[in-house]
Design a protein around this ligand. Sequence first.
Ligand code: ZN
Length: 552
Amino acid sequence: MHLTRGPSCLPVLLACAVSLSAQKPAPTLTTAPPLNPKLAALKAEAIKDIDGRAQFTQQFVDQVYSFGELGFQEFETSKYIVGVLKANGFTVREGVAGIPTAWVATWGSGKPVIALGSDLDGIPQASQIPGVACHLALVPGGPGHGEGHNSGQAVNITAALAIKNIMQRDHISGTLKIWPGVAEEQLGSKAYLVRDGVFKDVDVVLFSHVGSNLQTGWGASQGSGLVSVLYSFEGQAAHAAGAPWRGRSALDAVELMDVGWNFRREHLRLQTRSHYVIRNGGDQPNVVPPTASVWYYFRELDYKKIKELWAIGDSVAQGAAMMTGTKLASERVLGSAWPGHFNKPIAEDMTENIKMIGLPKWTADDQRFARAIQKEVKGDSTGLDTAVAKLEGDVPDSLNMGGGSDDIGDISWNAPTIVLLYPSNVPNLPGHHWSDAIAMATPIAHKGATAGAKAQALTMLDILMTPALVDSAWSYFKNVQTKTVKYEPLMRPEDRPAIDLNTDILARYRPEMKKFYYDPKKFRNYLAQLGITYPTLRKADGSCAATPNTLQ
Ligand SMILES: [Zn+2]
């Protein structure tokens, strides 16, 4: 997820992305289920069960952290998770939507169908030894969980296992469907899962995403949708000194597209966000580059405006090709995301459960560690949140200045959906950065995931035991959310998941990363395997911790 957030939230959050001045009081709760002694007893039982699974949750979080895989290359991660699900009686369909690392795991039967999702992928160059409050890469230059996506499946599956036990014993009707957000950082898969029909029979989607508080929201969220496009140009090679007049540089086209876009940027709506990286800038200076490509993210607040922005990008690319005598050879969609819109009745219901659960009990070490990370990256040194954040309400377009995106947006327009943020990371970090990985295999991440699992589980119980809640979720979805807005995919019918992305990076770093995969049979937690004392702070002389002997 790539969204900005309020001061109490992680910088990458969806629902907690409203600035304080834009925050509205929590709306009156109208849909909380009536107090039901049986339901209350089941909730107490689920909380106890999840506390009893704390070690399972911790090992899961640590295991996925140690894989540190990037989008579309989550092979070890998916193999591990699929193994856990199969061992627990789920039926798993793999290779969903033509994506080798995507799967859908199903258990139970009948209605309601609850779909639990969370992302899997990491961030390039974010490798970090956890528990050390300064930059210390595990594999220098390698990828890592600098977004915290190693924790969400642990949240969902811990909750699902607790609820499955209760459903089995009490013969409660319902189907649990667990699915992964593959390549979320590329906005690469969820629209394809929708296209594949994964959410056709789903009643409610409970998505979980790492945050720094326990919170959810409803309505339009702060942030943007986007389309991600790779523009590839073709020119002609020539000796760059001997016969430059015979060459046509594809790199010139890329550079002129970027210059043209940066001039055009001044005359775009203030809410737009766009950024690019050059994926191919040629091979060596004495060969006029015959091929070059540049990868753009075009972000806007709704489908129509995203398409308009994309069309401007196309015209700038064509202009660059004309100026340079090159050809715009291809325009490949690598990802897309609708702006999210989240379900009010389910978000209100979950908020009541969150109030019951509260935040984890942070130790003095947790707080000291969090402040040290914040200081390290010049964020506000507020430590970890100690009060549960409020339910976030709808952000009207007039207050939405844009921001990050998440392809959960596509799913949110196909079935009632909410995003649970759970407190596994430290507030006030930059996002998509090694510092966002530091806490993600420490007690902060573990306790936050357990709290998140409770919020998911209690809300699942409400959905299973209160048909009226599902009815109101659909009433909001049909009569409010989609009354005037109809979903159309941003990607074109011919587009396919960009499953080749990141193969080069993993081919390069995986051999080294493999040496550090977590082995829960030998070590209770990943910090123990790495030989890290928690928390490790900068030394008195200001230097960062030395790499432990075990890792050298
Ligand atoms: Zn994310």
